[in-house]
Design a binder for this molecule. Structure first.
Ligand SMILES: Nc1ncnc2c1ncn2[C@@H]1O[C@H](COP(=O)(O)OP(=O)(O)OP(=O)(O)O)[C@@H](O)[C@H]1O
Ligand SMILES: [Mg+2]
Length: 350
């Protein structure tokens, strides 16, 4: 269960000497025990946000509160926060065991307790028996797991993780996702996690913060971000989408793709320009004469569990549609979209 607020970012802003604003008035409240993910494309400011929270950078404007105290200028070692960096920073002259044990050794814990906790952590990250290996003899993925074990062994109140799984292969990444989530729930730490992998964010997080160009685009639960994206950027970034221009005729009726569709959206106004998002899995393929709209299948790709089709609508819009049924290229099909599958967004700047 997530509790009360532990960290608050207030108008957090960062620019460098070159005058480029990297973070632009970020406001964010992070709760105890929360698994919060910063998600966004390369260069959007994710690592910078973590570095500010950890104390390796100073804000240009705004402040960071920890348990209500302003820590904006507190040195990193005095913050109750641990970090797993994007590029792992292990001690090259120490072996795996010594690296993981480092924080506990500094705290001068009893030797057998250190041993027990380190061994348990190594088992958790699938590195049983690696304790005596020099770290530079490990693969990139193994080193990254040592870095995770080294941070987790301290059971920090807040753990910052910057793309900790990006060096791992898909299978190990999936396993580690489950493992990290389990550890987070068991230890009860607050995780602030950075990734540019949408699926990773959706499966692991309690809260996702979608960022672009130094600004927060949307903050919400994974379901909300996926089902109710606030703008075309979020819709496009969080999953493959059909994004079409349209206009709201009135509450519950929206026009796009040369057709009037019943929808569940209300309160946007009458005769208002909107963007409409339809997920590829939400378009139902029906007979050419039965559909709300019609199109011609341009290409079909088998994706393992479903087929992905590109369908050119009569208005020229290129639809992305996923279906478990295969429809051959060149077929004219009908497409139906239910009211709940239509997500209407106000046009940007309106
Ligand atoms: N020391 C610095 N001086 C000038 N610009 C910097 C500095 N550090 C970062 N930047 C710029 O700030 C922007 C955000 O960088 P940041 O590392 O936070 O991105 P990111 O979201 O973590 O990207 P990635 O997914 O590639 O890791 C980038 O445009 C980067 O070039
Ligand atoms: Mg980064």
């Amino acid at each position: 269960m997530q509790g009360e607020e532990i960290i608050r970012l207030e108008r957090l802003t960062k620019w460098y000497e070159d005058g480029h604003t990297v973070l632009d008035h970020i406001n964010l409240s992070i709760r105890r025990n929360e698994f919060l993910t910063l998600l966004g494309p390369s260069g959007c400011g994710k690592t910078t946000t973590l570095r500010l929270i950890a104390g390796f950078e100073q804000p240009s404007e705004g402040r960071i509160l920890f348990d209500g105290q302003d820590i904006s200028h507190t040195p990193p070692y005095r913050r109750r926060i641990n970090t797993v960096f994007q590029k792992h920073a292990l001690f090259p002259h120490m072996n795996v065991f010594e690296n993981v044990a480092f924080g506990l050794t500094v705290k001068k814990l009893p030797k057998d307790e250190i041993e027990e906790r380190v061994e348990k952590m190594l088992a958790l990250v699938n590195l049983d028996g690696y304790g005596k290996r020099p770290v530079d003899s490990l693969s990139g993925g193994q080193q990254q797991r040592v870095a995770i074990a080294r941070a987790l062994v301290n059971e920090p109140e807040v753990l910052l993780l910057d793309e900790p799984l990006s060096a791992l292969d898909l299978k190990l990444r999936r396993d580690m996702q489950v493992e990290l989530k389990r550890i987070q729930q068991r230890v009860g730490s607050t995780f602030i996690y950075v990734t540019h992998d949408q699926e990773e964010a959706l499966t692991m997080s309690n809260t996702i913060v979608v960022m672009n160009e130094g600004r927060i685009q949307q903050t919400g639960r994974p379901e909300d971000i996926y089902n109710e994206p606030k703008n075309p950027f979020v819709a496009d970034f969080i999953g493959e989408s059909n994004i079409l221009p349209g206009h709201m005729i009135r509450d519950g009726l929206v026009h796009f793709a040369n057709h009037d569709f019943p929808c569940v959206d209300k309160g946007l106004g009458v005769d208002i320009a909107v963007d409409v998002v339809v997920r590829p899995e939400d378009v139902a393929i029906v007979g050419a004469e039965q559909g709300m709209i019609r199109g011609t299948v341009e290409s079909v790709t088998f994706m393992g569990v479903h087929y992905e089709m590109r369908i050119v609508g009569e208005d020229g819009f290129l639809w992305l549609v996923q279906s478990t049924a295969m429809t051959p290229e060149g077929t004219t099909v009908g497409m139906d979209i239910g009211p709940n599958e239509i997500h209407v967004m106000k046009k940007e700047g309106c």
